[in-house]
Design a binder for this molecule. Structure first.
Ligand SMILES: OC[C@H]1O[C@H](O[C@H]2O[C@H](CO)[C@@H](O)[C@H](O)[C@H]2O)[C@H](O)[C@@H](O)[C@@H]1O
Length: 563
């Protein structure tokens, strides 16, 4: 019999580490001791040891216990203070070498003094968000969940005190507007280090993120840097890593074939190598799974949770069979539009980089791969009546590479911002008629609100749903519309940009901070929902504001307040 495809034969779960297992127990003890109010499970999994694990485990076992088995709050507090370095203490502040308070040629199209002054404050946040891994992590990696990245990093902010994969794309776009090319390249080199070490770019630079990736935007980062610097050597050096990443996303459990008449289309899905609670949210996942009785059903659920985290959209009704029930998450049964657009973009970028490297085979092979994926996207996802590209439901998620027969009924007809993401790449935004049809569909979709594009139309209290708007989604859609040759689409792009910049500005004036997400119903409101309290900082929001202002500018006579 034919042997199964390579990655399907591999164990579909990576091993945990002794430190992670212990910190999960500590997380549970902390929840029992301190109660659920303001409890963030991630705080405990980000602690670092001060001495070897065995002695800390002994001290933990010797702690007094209440009759219900929990450790009294005061004792646990003292135990944590005595044996651990605080969360984030192993990633130390580091001023980026190429940061200057006002770079030469900064945002030439911004003419309004108020907007310029604010943009300089946003630019200054790069200094606040820059860190380097403390030497102690390299000396004793087994005492830390933080991974020893070689170069300085830019973090999203607040509870996200490590590098994130897809966030880095918008951080880089902002850094390029800030003329911080060296910092941008260092971020890419860190991600390549993760790819070389683990075989994929991790969700984030922590030991508990090794079981999954995140939306693959490495090639887009390299391309953005190349467009500003024309550094060929940087591109050529990155090429082997991109080939490895392409293989990760287009083989084994990530890939599914859809059959349409006599044509086979290869498309990709999110699929995490994990079937346990996410360590950083273990108490939450266990609670969500508490009504699932069978072990194998629980494992299935945990895999869906981790795979949803791989999508970057954690969590959203987009991935649920029943929008009211998180246990119906079915991310591995969905071929997502956005993921396949990122991979198509990767194929086009690799082909372009192959040309730069003088490697015609690579250039040709990846151009053909891109053409095949473009056809697959148009066949499987495009819905002519709606004028949108729709996610596609596949059958049984547990087996690999099975042939699915295309059926229009399997397209998810719900409206999500991701239905418009193909606009981001030239293959689609260069078709003027198509863009105008999709722009019209976006205008009437219900997603476009006073303060930007909503993530979905369902108010579920999950963070990747209505009424939240996220910087990356505004950016990809507006950039795609603006690149098209259509003046109608360009004016819709500007409309989105103005709404988004205003809401970021007004919220900043109100709160003194940039936010992870915004409520698009009303200008100046910040987002909410999800499993953690709203975060500030914030890497990708800063990046998108700077990238938008760089490209679209802000005239002197345009108001910046909510009108
Ligand atoms: O701890 C919960 C989840 O947190 C992350 O997800 C969210 O924040 C990330 C950083 O800004 C962002 O990349 C992601 O899109 C957000 O949903 C983390 O990535 C998840 O894996 C984690 O479970």
């Amino acid at each position: 019999a034919a042997s199964p495809p390579r990655a399907c034969a591999m164990a579909a779960a990576v091993a945990s580490t002794p430190l992670l297992a212990f910190l999960e127990r500590l997380q549970e003890a902390a929840l029992a001791a301190f109660g659920p109010r303001d409890f963030d499970p991630k705080l405990y999994i980000d602690l670092s040891l001060r001495s070897d694990l065995a002695s800390v485990e002994r001290a933990f076992a010797a702690l007094p216990r209440s009759p219900n088995g929990s450790v009294p709050a005061g004792d646990l507090k003292k135990f944590v203070a005595a044996h651990f370095g605080g969360a984030g203490s192993d990633l130390v502040p580091a001023r980026p070498p190429d940061f200057v308070p006002e770079p030469a040629g900064f945002l030439p199209r911004v003419k309004s003094p108020a907007v310029r002054a604010w943009a300089l404050k946003v630019h200054a946040l790069w200094s606040n968000l820059s860190r380097r891994v403390d030497d102690s992590v390299r000396e004793r990696p087994d005492w830390h969940t933080l991974l020893p990245l070689p170069g300085p990093v830019v973090i999203p902010g607040s509870r996200f005190r490590e590098v994130y994969y897809w966030d880095s794309y918008w951080v880089i776009r902002g850094l390029l507007a800030s003329k911080m090319y060296l910092t941008a390249k260092t971020i890419v080199n860190n991600l390549i280090y993760l790819l070389d070490t683990y075989g994929h770019v991790l969700n984030g630079a922590r030991a508990y993120y090794t079981n999954r990736s995140q939306p693959p935007l490495l090639s887009a980062m390299i391309r953005a840097i190349y467009e500003k610097t024309h550094d060929k050597e940087f591109v050529v050096k990155s090429l082997p890593a991109l080939l490895k990443e392409h293989d990760f996303w287009t083989s084994g459990l990530h890939q599914i074939t859809v059959q349409d008449r006599d044509c086979s289309h290869n498309l990709s899905r999110y699929y995490a190598m994990w079937d346990k609670p996410r360590p950083e949210s273990s108490t939450i996942d266990k609670k969500s799974a508490s009504n699932i009785s069978s072990t194998s059903e629980k494992q299935k659920f945990y895999r869906e949770v981790a795979s949803t985290a791989e999508s970057g959209w954690d969590f959203s009704t987009r991935w649920m069979r029943n929008p009211e029930d998180i246990t119906t998450l079915a991310t591995t049964s969905i071929l997502p539009v956005d993921l396949n657009i990122y991979i198509l973009r990767m194929e086009l970028d690799i082909s372009f980089f192959g040309k730069i490297a003088g490697n015609d085979n690579i250039a040709k092979h990846f151009l053909e791969a891109a053409k095949a994926r473009e056809k697959a996207v148009s066949t499987v996802f495009w819905n002519e009546r709606m004028g949108q590209w729709l996610d596609y439901w596949v059958g049984n998620s547990s087996s690999c590479m099975e042939g699915q027969h295309w059926d229009a009924a399997n397209q998810n007809k719900n409206v999500f911002a991701s239905n418009f993401l193909p606009l981001w790449i030239d293959v689609f935004n260069s078709d003027k008629n198509l863009v105008e049809k999709v722009a019209k569909s976006l205008r009437s979709s219900g997603l476009l609100r006073d303060a930007g594009i909503a993530t979905s139309l369902t108010n579920s209290s999950e963070q990747w749903d209505f009424p939240n708007g996220w910087a990356p989604l505004q950016h990809m859609i507006a950039e795609g519309l603006a690149r098209s040759g259509s003046s109608e689409a360009r004016s819709l792009a500007e409309d989105i940009v103005v709404r988004w910049i205003r809401t970021n500005y007004v919220a900043y004036k109100k709160t003194g901070a940039m936010h992870e997400k915004y409520d698009v119903q009303k200008c100046g409101e910040v987002g909410g929902g999800g499993e953690y309290i709203p975060q500030t900082g914030f890497g990708w929001s800063n990046g998108v504001v700077l990238a938008f202002l760089d490209e679209f500018g802000w005239p002197e006579d345009r108001r910046i307040d909510c009108q």
